[in-house]
Design a protein around this ligand. Sequence first.
Ligand SMILES: [Zn+2]
Length: 85
Amino acid sequence: MIRRLLEHRRYMREHRWTHAHLSAYLDQDLSPLERERVEDHVGICPHCRRVLRTLRRTLKSLMELPVEPRPSVADGVLERLRREP
Ligand SMILES: [Zn+2]
């Protein structure tokens, strides 16, 4: 019982910490140890996983705002691979 309570408190602490550091995590602003801490928690917390996914998608769509209409180099490579038998 006490063990469960302590685990829960630890979980909540990690939850709050991770939540506060998710955007720094995506910005690559964390030390390797801190990154590991985020990844450990995200691995066991569906809520933080969802937030991280949403943040990632938002960032991605921001970066995908068309700066130039030409397809990127990566798209060209993918297209070529797709056409090869
Ligand atoms: Zn969490």
